[in-house]
Design a binder for this molecule. Structure first.
Ligand code: F6R
Length: 258
């Protein structure tokens, strides 16, 4: 597959500055009454902190869905402290004083998994489609929980988590074995149908995955490489995450200060 587009690459000095740049874009989306696609994970926590600070006291629509999550663990009740529902309650919904119905997270426990997946796609469509999709990246190049090998035409579905992903989640659950084996994730085609994509990448541990995504071959072996098929994608990273990129010239040209 050949790249159709080149994501804009903005390199901030450190992780907090990168998160602030991401938060500003997310705040603009919410101020304009548009729909945010929500990623979770450690990288996103400073974004949600900053978003809450920036939007403090500002009115946010009370009558519609404002955020739709990318993924959830399968088999974990929504109230479990390690569920993405709980994460988004703590980091996004409560600080912005949103009602539970305003943040849609796929159900991790309902028995009919195909119905849950269809329901999530329908929720995205009913809310008018995602305007800005926030994304992190896994050390193996995953986006959402689309692990390497995920087809680019995939939609919301249950997936098996890769060993590396379960290891990366081990701290929250106590051990890699305690991390659920399955998750539900929106698909790569669903992600690509968002109007804009924003991938935030911080830390040295993500440098190789970022280089693979932006400079390696495009294909399902690296789900994040799909960003190069989107006409409006921005990658915001810190200097550590950018450290393995070969195209230093591109970085300098595109570097913005915040
Ligand atoms: C979670 C998600 C994942 C994470 C990725 C990075 O909703 O979509 O793709 O963004 O696993 O996680 P952290 O930021 O914890 O390294």
């Amino acid at each position: 597959m050949t790249a159709l587009f080149r994501p804009r690459l903005l390199v901030a000095a450190d992780a907090l500055a990168a998160a602030a740049m991401a938060a500003e874009r997310a705040a603009t989306t919410l101020r304009e009454q548009r729909l945010l696609g929500l990623a979770t994970g450690a990288t996103m926590l400073p974004v949600y902190d900053e978003l809450a600070r920036r939007l403090a006291g500002e009115p946010i629509a009370r009558d519609r869905v404002v955020g739709i999550a990318l993924d959830e663990f399968v088999g974990l009740p929504a109230g479990h402290p390690a569920s993405f529902t709980s994460y988004l309650d703590r980091a996004f919904r409560a600080p912005l004083r949103l009602r539970p119905e305003q943040v849609v997270v796929p159900d991790g426990v309902a028995a009919d998994r195909a119905a849950v997946a269809a329901h999530h796609e329908a929720a995205i469509a009913a809310a008018g489609g995602i305007d800005l999709q926030l994304l992190g990246i896994g050390v193996n190049g995953h986006i959402g929980f689309n692990e390497p090998g995920s087809p680019f035409d995939s939609r919301t579905r249950d997936v098996a988590l890769a060993k590396k992903t379960r290891r990366a989640q081990a701290e929250i659950f106590g051990s890699p074995e305690a991390v659920p084996a399955m998750a539900i994730t929106v698909g790569i085609a669903t992600i690509l149908s968002a109007r804009s994509l924003l991938m935030l990448v911080t830390g040295k541990s993500k440098a190789a995955a970022l280089a693979q995504a932006l400079e390696g071959a495009i294909g399902p072996h690296c789900p994040a490489s799909a960003l190069r098929l989107h006409a409006d994608a921005v990658v915001i990273c810190d200097a550590a995450a950018a450290s393995v990129l070969q195209d230093r010239h591109a970085i300098e040209r595109m570097t913005e200060t915040c």
